[in-house]
Design a protein around this ligand. Structure first.
Ligand code: BEZ
Ligand code: FE
Length: 326
């Protein structure tokens, strides 16, 4: 067995090996020269796309600093804030994603990359509560343990843009319980709850039992929570059901459905709501129907009917090609 030895520390400090650039770089003794020198340096990156990204990053960051007149104290506070964001991240908590979410960056990237085309179902933010251990369920099964909330039945069809049924599409879905918690937020999580994986049948139909989700706060006990306080913004998401749909030959869709009437729809803390994703729950007050659909306690339930339209891989590539040209 080879022995693992710790490499000896270097005896001489060395550069990264890149030679000084052959560029006209005046000494940065005026603020605007710092920006123009750095813009010249961004041209050194070998990849065209990265050159564009660095150029825009430098332009907008420097513009933000100059136009805002950021003070040294404010900039140090910003750096300390970002340091706290990094230190708050753990294997199960991603505070940087949360920061991207509340600043609208996640939703903007998603909106620009997933424009609504050809009647496809629109996308929404994934959020941090997806897990890959949701149980496989059959049509009509429940994703939620009994007592997790008010009964809800969800059903619909998955189709192509030309209306053809998509059989064997995989739907992964997750939601909060009636207290506004995902299972991963509970102190004890023996088995996954309020989440499941199911497949469409030969007609593209899917159905499952769930519970009525409730609006809930995104984590407020870290630096992102402090930022929202400073901005005078609430940290609530309107109630929703998350869905990720995958099918062979189709572009994977990450979306969420938002029942109408929630007071936080228009001011969602993470900008996930789109008009086309607002849905209506129908009240079904029919004991026999509740039992027929498998609700153990019978009584009444809410019904959500929602059809999903996926873009084929070809339609998706054509849209992306169009976006690149713009
Ligand atoms: C969510 O919907 O699960 C979520 C999305 C963004 C931030 C926090 C939560
Ligand atoms: Fe959520």
């Amino acid at each position: 067995m080879p022995e693992h030895t710790t490499p000896a520390p270097p005896t001489k400090a060395v550069s990264n090996g890149i030679a000084p650039p052959e560029l006209d770089l005046p000494y940065p003794d005026r603020p605007e020269i710092i920006t123009s020198n750095l813009l010249k340096l961004t041209e050194l990156a070998s990849d065209q796309r990265k050159r564009l990204i660095f150029k825009n990053l430098v332009t907008h960051l420097h513009q933000f600093i100059s136009e805002t007149g950021i003070t040294t104290e404010e900039w140090m506070n910003t750096i300390q804030f970002l340091t706290r964001v990094g230190k708050t991240c753990t294997p199960i908590r991603q505070e940087f994603i949360l920061l991207s979410d509340v600043l609208g960056a996640s939703a903007l990237v998603d909106a620009l990359n997933h424009p609504a085309v050809g009647g496809t179902t629109e996308s929404s933010v994934l959020g941090p509560f997806f897990t890959d251990d949701a149980p496989d369920l059959n049509a009509g099964d429940s994703i939620a343990s009994e007592g997790s909330g008010e009964y809800l039945f969800v059903e619909g069809y998955v189709r192509s843009t030309s209306g053809n049924p998509i059989a064997d599409a995989l739907i992964e879905t997750w939601e909060t319980d009636s207290h506004g918690f995902y299972d991963t937020q509970k102190a004890i999580r023996d088995i996954p709850d309020c989440r499941g994986r199911l497949r469409t049948d030969k007609d593209g139909k899917y159905s499952y039992r769930a519970v009525v989700p409730v609006s809930y706060p995104i984590p407020a006990d870290g630096p992102v929570g402090d930022l929202l306080q400073l901005m005078g913004r609430h940290n609530m998401r309107p109630n929703h059901l998350h869905l990720v749909i995958e099918a062979a030959g189709y572009h994977k869709l990450t979306t969420a459905l938002y029942p109408e009437g929630d007071q936080f729809l228009a001011s969602d803390a993470v900008f996930g709501v789109k008009k086309s994703l607002i849905v209506k729950f129908r009240d079904v007050n029919d004991e026999a129907e509740a039992r027929r659909r498998g609700f153990p306690k019978g009584g009444s339930f809410k019904l959500l009917e929602f059809d999903i339209v996926l873009a084929s891989k070809e339609e998706w590539s054509a849209t992306q090609a169009q976006l690149q040209k713009q």
